[in-house]
Write a protein that binds this ligand. Sequence first.
Ligand code: CAA
Ligand code: NAD
Length: 295
Amino acid sequence: MSSIGKVGVLGGGLMGSGIAQVCAQAGFSTIVREISEPFCDRSRAGIEKVLAKGIEKGKVTAEARDAALAKLAFTTDLTALSECDIILEAIAEDLALKNGLWSELDRICGDETIFASNTSSLTIAAMAAASGRPDRMLGLHFFNPVPLMKLVEVVRTITTSDKSAETAFEFVQRLGKEPIQARDSSGFVVNLLLVPYMLDAIRALEGNVATVEDIDKGMQLGAGHPMGPFTLLDFVGLDTCYNIAEIMFNEYREKRYAPPPLLKRMVLAGMYGRKSGKGFYDYSEDPPKVSALGL
Ligand code: CAA
Ligand code: NAD
């Protein structure tokens, strides 16, 4: 049996909210730490909305929703995570920010607490030293949208102990997810393949191969993908995609990971995709329309 009872989640954005929801639904007492009260409220409201949709569709009972919400708490106070058995970090893809939190939490949490990062592209080794507990540091990489995507990559770095890896693997199974083991190389398994694909779609657009809609349609109807690459980029978040590409490019120094200029320009313009209301598509309209991109 896993020794995990209480879960701390750092960040209540897209991923943190989904991770907190599945932890609470699996019966774990879960506390989400955000940087401000409005962000705590936004995270709670997002989870309530997904659960309400589940009830509407007959996938979640009102009792299960109430039980999950009763397991969830939100805080802006990092010390409120002191009793947690595992910390799942899902803040912005920025090593300095992540490491700042790990070193603070090392002082706050008990000796047994496992630290797990949901990073998309950083190596776990880059966080192991700052965590002050390199044997209890690993990666648990969930996929978006977390309540639906079955996979979690379990990433051990060279310092991760067998015990921590086994506990984390079993924890993932208790969440009802399918774990796979991945090496601690930037992008692990899925993003090593998926990120260059998404960046290539932007390069195809920059090269006038086809329109946003036709490239999306091409990959949906021609390759059986559930979403085309631009819908997926907007779904993941263009700011996050840009950070991931920069990190992977710096790691591998290969052109296929380099963020295309259009992606950079869109992020500079505050076009973060679905979460900001505008990316390759404009979500202020239903159905969303392709944005003017100055191409
Ligand atoms: N959260 C929770 N549930 C959601 C959701 C969300 N954000 N979006 C949609 N859903 C639910 C819907 O409520 C619906 O539920 P039911 O089946 O119970 O009715 C179900 O998903 C299907 O929704 P739709 O019919 O509206 O849409 P769909 O059939 O197109 O499926 C999808 C939605 C599962 C997201 C599908 O489009 C898909 O698999 N897309 C690809 C997602 C993907 O590739 N994710 C990986 C991103 S990369 C990553 O995560 C790693 C990284 O580090 C960046
Ligand atoms: P997001 O932008 O939706 O949320 C990031 C959260 O980090 C925000 O709620 C913000 O309040 C918090 N944050 C920002 N600065 C902070 C700080 N200094 N201290 C504490 N919290 C801070 O991002 P996201 O999409 O949820 O991504 C979070 C992590 O998950 C990233 O590492 C990302 O690479 C990874 N990830 C993202 C996806 C995806 O599809 N978006 C999938 C898998 C993994």
